[in-house]
Design a protein around this ligand. Sequence first.
Ligand code: ATP
Ligand code: MG
Length: 261
Amino acid sequence: MSEVISIANQKGGVGKTTTAVNLAASLAEKGKKVLLLDIDPQSNATTSLGFSRGDYEFNIYHVLIGSKKISEVLLDSDIENLQLVPSNIGLVGIEKEFYNPKAKNRELVLKKKLAEVSGDFDYVIIDSPPALGPITINALAASDSVIIPIQCEFFALEGLAQLLNTVSLLKKTINPKLKIKGFLPTMYSGQNNLSKQVLADLSHHFKDKLFHIKKGKECIVVPRNVKIAESPSFGKPVTTYAASSKGSIAYRDLATVIVRG
Ligand code: ATP
Ligand code: MG
């Protein structure tokens, strides 16, 4: 059975895709079989692994409307053990399909589709869009847990209550096993007082829900790192683009904690 982890935060540009891609690559680097599932119409995770539109015919949209199985849309990435379910801007059309009142159990479509490949992967990492609509609900309904990236900037915690309410509502209804795996501070800049303040606030509010590589040591923080920002344009995770950069180390540490369980 695979462990399914969504990366979610309806706030835009907080590091969801970066986290999904680099956590997936770091888990694969540890020899785990990993599926990165791009369920954002922006398709940034797909592009980050070096795929462009002409490279694939079918994508997650075809899976969600029921015309393809996940096994039929999988792409092999350049990284050993890492496969991708690509997305495409056409995925915006799914919202309309899901709002059709006749569509039954529309929150559980992805979960059913993922069950078919559950034996094939150790981990499924889902990159979700910056919205709390039906796409993200499908991702959370299909997941064992969620990692919430928090950008260490002003307004970092804005909208968080709404996301946490959604998670607890799903837990009470369609997905009782859903857990918050943790909060991941991203784009941290040590020279910036605001960054430090956001990290202090996070540590205060969510102490037990930050990731720690060693007990008693500081929590895992993804630094603002130019190699991270550059790597998508080379179609590579930072872990292969700049293998020993600080950004790579942070995402490898996160993978270590995830594997440890
Ligand atoms: P969206 O909500 O649009 O899906 P997102 O939450 O997925 O955005 P990303 O795309 O991962 O966010 O990151 C937003 C931008 O910030 C990207 O250009 C990315 O390359 C850059 N970025 C992310 N993390 C870092 C980092 N630690 N250091 C430097 N740049 C980063
Ligand atoms: Mg994204």
